[in-house]
Design a protein around this ligand. Structure first.
Ligand code: PEP
Ligand code: MG
Length: 589
């Protein structure tokens, strides 16, 4: 393909805006492993490199084993024992060493091929034992590969300004480190509209297009590219006229953004004076000032798991306390809703291999369906020590502001009760230690169909409820929020979702409990008026979107919004509902 040729690919629009920059390929640990020939005289050095990786892997597993002998269930000790045996098995030791000598290729590619061979061999066997062994083998090989290519990952600090990041997939902990000045746009093969990487890209205003064949891009020689996050277009080697056109569009967007941002300091209220409270969703505790500048009335959702995701280790009670206290103080009496760790699901676990926390994830193993697995409150109830230290830190911080607890992924009322009971026990424990605590509200996230269906019971036991539409849509419509292949099935403007929200608001109103919407649909100009009409008076959105939400709310009268919601509830076909809402809301894009 000639260098100057303009090539356009279409993908899935994830985060709006225009990004112009130079391409940088970003590798994930499990991405393609390059095949490199090794000179004969270098072969023994390569074998040595492999032995070192094996040695470090054994050290990891032995460390984990020691720790779990004291704390962990016996199954874990057994699994780690199997891993240790595998690391000494001739298949892993001599067979690979022989292959390095025989094929004279880099160790990574040899380990990778061997695993692929085994996966294929056993894929047709349904036998549980064999499936488990393959899983163990994958686990062990990942550990070895991690030690073989520790520096393969591009570091953010090395990325030049105005880069377009091209990757198979982005994990949230990576996206959170990216800065808007360095990164002009993201383009990935995998990733869905409300995957966490997507939420963060939108919160930072970085354009993002997914479902693009990155392998194909690697074959195209290119100096520059344009990413149109609104249309889902990726343009390589743009012609001068194309570049000019997109520079104009970008200028227009910036102007529109500037105009809307004037709304940030205005009150959140409808034309006829109904008050609507707008809070911010937060991943980075350092951004409290930023959200206040954008006109937030407080933090409606602090995704505390990011303390883990970016550090790749669980913060201690003391570390958490310091962070929560600082946030509460900076918010000066405004609410701080701390969602307890929502670990798992699409928040991919990337734990430091030599950290003691690797143990928790070994016990879960590789889940074939993590969204339905040991995630959020399920994970915390499985490891009560983590819940205990987090609740202690929150309660200790409670005297420094208006701190509240939010429980994620509740699918049964007993989960909420356990958190309430533990909170009370910890309060008494702190009192005995002479540490002051303040009364604290405990809210329940409604993001799983079972909790939406029993919302009448849940609201009675919650001080407030928070509707997480990102997960609610995923679980109700059975469409993975991170999978671009089902993105056409994943949207909040589905009749089932509106009806569920209606049900939840009705129950909450009956028991006079506040209800807030904190999923991405709370910032969708097409959804905001319907939510308003359904009775939602509290929204929590990323700080960047607060001006847009206020701007939208300030254009509506409550009666008109109610009429809109009433009509919307009549629809039974998703597509018809979408068309109706799109026309009726005159969405600002
Ligand atoms: C949600 O599910 O809507 C939500 C706000 O939580 P998260 O996106 O962090 O899963
Ligand atoms: Mg959620």
């Amino acid at each position: 393909m000639s260098q100057a040729e303009e090539v356009i690919l279409r993908g899935l629009p994830i985060s709006k805006g225009i990004g112009i920059g130079s391409p940088v390929f970003f590798f994930n640990a499990d991405d393609e492993i390059p095949e490199i020939s090794i000179a004969k005289k270098e072969v023994e050095k390569e074998v040595e490199r492999y032995r070192r990786a094996l040695f470090l892997s054994r050290q990891d597993v032995e460390g984990l084993q020691k720790m779990s002998l004291n704390e962990g269930p016996p199954e874990i000790v057994a699994i780690l024992g199997t891993h240790l045996e595998m690391l000494q098995d001739p298949l892993i030791t001599t067979v690979i060493e022989d292959k390095i000598r025989q094929l004279q290729r880099n160790t990574e590619s040899i380990v990778h091929h061997l695993i692929e061979e085994y996966k294929l061999k056993f894929s047709t066997l349904q036998d549980h034992y064999f499936q488990e062994r393959v899983r163990d083998l994958i686990d062990v090989s990942r550990r070895i590969l991690g030690h073989l290519r520790p520096l393969d990952k591009v570091q953010w600090v090395d990325i030049p300004h105005h880069s377009v990041i091209l990757a198979h997939e982005l994990v949230p902990s990576e996206t959170i480190e990216a800065s808007g000045t360095q990164v002009s746009a993201f383009v990935t093969s995998a990733g869905g509209i409300t995957s966490h990487a997507a939420i963060i890209a939108r919160a930072k205003g970085i354009p993002y297009v997914a479902n693009v064949d990155i392998k194909l891009l690697k074959r195209i020689e290119m100096q520059s590219m344009i990413v149109d996050g609104s249309q889902g277009l990726v343009i390589m080697n743009p012609q001068r006229s194309t570049l000019k056109k997109y520079q104009e569009i970008k200028k227009g967007h910036l102007e529109k953004f500037r105009l809307i941002s004037h709304s940030s300091h205005l009150r959140g209220e409808t034309v006829d004076g109904y008050e609507v409270r707008i809070f911010a969703n937060l991943e980075n505790p350092k951004e409290v000032d930023f959200l206040l500048k954008n006109g937030a009335e407080g933090v409606g959702l602090f995704r505390s798991e990011y303390l883990f995701l970016s550090k790749k280790m669980f913060p201690t009670e003391e570390e958490q306390f310091q962070i929560y206290r600082r946030m509460a103080k900076n918010l000066k009496g405004r609410p701080l809703v701390i969602r307890i760790f929502d670990i798992g699901g699409d928040k991919k676990i990337d734990v430091l291999p030599d950290s003691p926390d690797a143990w928790y994830f070994q016990t879960i193993g590789v889940e074939t369906n993590p969204a339905l697995g040991c995630r959020a409150i399920r994970f915390l109830l499985r490891y009560p020590n983590l819940l205990h230290s987090q609740l202690r830190a929150i309660l200790r911080a409670s005297v420094f502001g208006e701190v509240q607890i939010l429980v994620p992924m509740v699918s049964d009322i007993s989960e909420l009760r356990t958190v309430r009971q533990k909170t009370q026990e910890i309060r008494e424990e702190l009192e005995r230690e002479g540490i002051a605590t303040a009364p604290i509200s405990i809210g329940c996230m409604i993001e799983v169909p079972s909790s939406a269906i029993i919302c009448d019971a849940l609201v009675q036991e919650s001080d407030f409820v928070s509707i997480g539409t990102n997960d609610l849509v995923q679980y109700v419509l059975a469409a993975d929020r991170s999978n671009p292949a089902v993105s056409d099935l994943y949207f909040a403007t589905h009749p089932s979702i509106l009806r569920l929200i209606h049900m939840i608001v009705t129950s909450a109103n009956r028991f006079c409990k506040p209800v807030i919407v904190c999923g991405e649909s709370a910032a969708d100009p097409m959804m905001v008026p319907v939510l308003l009409g359904l009775g939602i008076r509290e929204f929590s959105v990323s700080a960047r979107h607060i001006p847009l939400v206020k701007h939208t709310i300030r254009k509506w009268r409550i009666l008109e919004a109610c009429r809109l919601a009433e009509q919307a509830l009549e629809y039974t076909v998703a597509q018809d509902l979408r068309q109706f809402l799109s026309a009726a809301t005159d969405a600002i894009v």
